[in-house]
Design a protein around this ligand. Structure first.
Ligand code: C2E
Ligand code: CA
Ligand code: CA
Ligand code: CA
Length: 274
């Protein structure tokens, strides 16, 4: 086994070579697509316990001229491996801010918020907070209606630095969610130190509700934890009314999933459009 391991490292591997050039081609295609404005934001509704829409999560989509609508699973990782992710993050943030400004123009939509996913590489930029504040200021969007979704892994590296960036944005009213909660390395101690507003329960735990005893126990624990830390809890991937009922019965504050709506262009969200 040892010899075989050494062989795979030493000899030219055509499969790896092919994968590398496919990655390079996709990256070049994405770079062009971004320059042509093909990256757009779709919006998935987030509803409260009464089923009223309170906002949406912005999700990147690539409107590819040949391939049609491409999902983030196919391009975010590629973008993240290069500095393309910085431009992509900026484009989605600007789209979200412009949407908040449109909603602010009408009394029926002015309280709707938008959550934007932040990539690890973007968050690590020393001027991350300044960039977000500049986009808010340039657009005139209300900072209190913007929420940034971070993941546990990106907060672990330099917790002090992360807290500093979050505090600076929070001072202006920007909110923070911990995305995909339950899949990372959360320790109570560090959770308590982060200036968060919300935990998003990962959809892998919602899937088995209400019948899977394991998932039910994990979700109840997360909801108890959120309550004791004074954080809102949002469930993602809610597809059935039985899942919603379980979550609501155990104190979940907000819901997102196909039961309430798939990600769509902003004009197709079930709200009155200004
Ligand atoms: P995420 O942040 O966990 O986003 C939720 C994902 O779950 C979305 O996939 C959404 O379409 C999907 N989803 C929502 N409700 C349901 C449901 O009821 N059932 C099922 N099966 N799926 C549901 P999507 O849009 O393909 O995005 C995948 C991931 O790509 C996101 O996961 C996020 O990590 C990343 N992503 C998306 N947009 C951006 C972006 O603008 N910037 C960055 N950095 N990452 C992004
Ligand atoms: Ca998210
Ligand atoms: Ca998530
Ligand atoms: Ca997820």
């Amino acid at each position: 086994a040892k010899a075989a391991g050494r062989n795979t490292q030493r000899f030219f591997d055509p499969a790896m070579q092919a994968a590398a050039s496919a990655r390079a081609a996709l990256e070049a295609d994405l770079r062009q697509g971004m320059a042509r404005g093909e990256i757009v934001a779709y919006y998935q509704p987030v509803v409260d316990a009464e089923g009223r829409i309170r906002g949406a999560e912005a999700l990147a989509r690539w409107r590819h001229p040949q391939r049609g609508l491409v999902l983030p699973g196919e391009f975010i990782a590629i973008a993240e491996q290069s500095s393309l992710i910085l431009e992509l993050s900026q484009q989605v943030l600007e789209a979200a801010c412009a949407q908040l400004v449109r909603w602010a123009a009408d009394s029926a939509t002015r309280t709707l918020g938008i959550a934007v996913n932040v990539s690890a590489r973007t968050f690590r930029q020393p001027d991350f907070a300044d960039g977000v504040l500049a986009a808010l200021q340039a657009s005139g969007a209300h900072p209190g209606l913007l929420r940034l979704e971070l993941t546990e892994s990106m907060l672990l590296g330099d917790v002090e630095d992360a807290i500093g960036k979050m505090r600076r944005l929070k001072d202006h009213g920007v909110g923070f969610s911990l995305d995909d909660f339950g899949t990372g390395y959360s320790s109570l101690g560090y959770l308590q130190r982060l200036p968060l507003d919300e935990l998003k329960i990962d959809r892998s735990f919602v899937r088995g509700l209400p019948s899977n005893a394991n998932d039910a126990a994990i979700v109840r624990t997360i909801l108890t934890l959120a309550r004791s830390l004074g954080l809102r809890a949002v469930a993602e991937g809610v597809e059935t009314s039985a899942q919603r009922d379980f979550l609501r019965a155990h104190g979940c504050d907000a819901f997102q999933g196909y039961l309430f709506g798939r990600p769509v262009p902003a004009e197709e969200l079930p709200v009155q459009h200004p």
